[in-house]
Design a protein. Structure first.
Length: 164
């Protein structure tokens, strides 16, 4: 009877949509690094607008100098990479306006960046945005959304659980 009182509950971490758009499987990302899960498992969103909001409560780990990617850590320790577009490192920050820096505390729905998806498309790059669990040795993805429209900060796109 008392065991259940002291048992540590392994609650799932909900990852909400960082963009309005369409959720797709990571295998559909037309880049081998992501589709073959070389960086980790996850999913992707094809954004319909460029307002990136935080999908978790936690902190900003890193903003890439080229502004195309952001790494976040949930308060539970799950590390999430949001990679805006494919090969967008080549843009050297053009089309990205970042509103956060490493070490910033964040809450779900906080504005992180503006991603000029029209400009990025005009420059010949794809805007599909992989969202990758970087520390998959410590966490498992339990569920993920696919082939559905997403509303930023409203829809849960992934549920992650710490491995026992």
């Amino acid at each position: 009877m008392f065991k259940s009182l002291f048992k540590k509950e392994n609650k799932s971490i909900t990852i909400t949509a960082p963009f309005n758009g369409k959720a797709v499987s990571i295998e559909e990302v037309p880049d081998q690094v992501f589709s073959e899960k070389m960086m980790g498992d996850g999913m992707a969103i094809i954004p319909s607008d460029g307002s990136l909001v935080s999908p978790i409560d936690g902190e900003v780990v890193d903003v890439f100098p080229t502004k195309h990617a952001i790494t976040l850590r949930s308060k539970e320790g799950a590390e999430i990479l949001i990679h805006m577009g494919l090969e967008t490192v080549n843009l050297k920050g053009e089309g990205f306006d970042i509103g956060i820096t490493g070490g910033d505390k964040i809450r779900k729905g906080d504005s992180l960046a503006k991603f000029d998806i029209e400009k990025v498309k005009e420059l010949g790059y794809q805007v599909i945005t992989p969202i990758v669990l970087l520390n998959g040795d410590d966490f498992d993805i339990q569920q993920r959304m696919s082939n559905e429209k997403t509303v930023n900060h409203k829809d849960v796109i992934m549920e992650i659980r710490k491995k026992a």
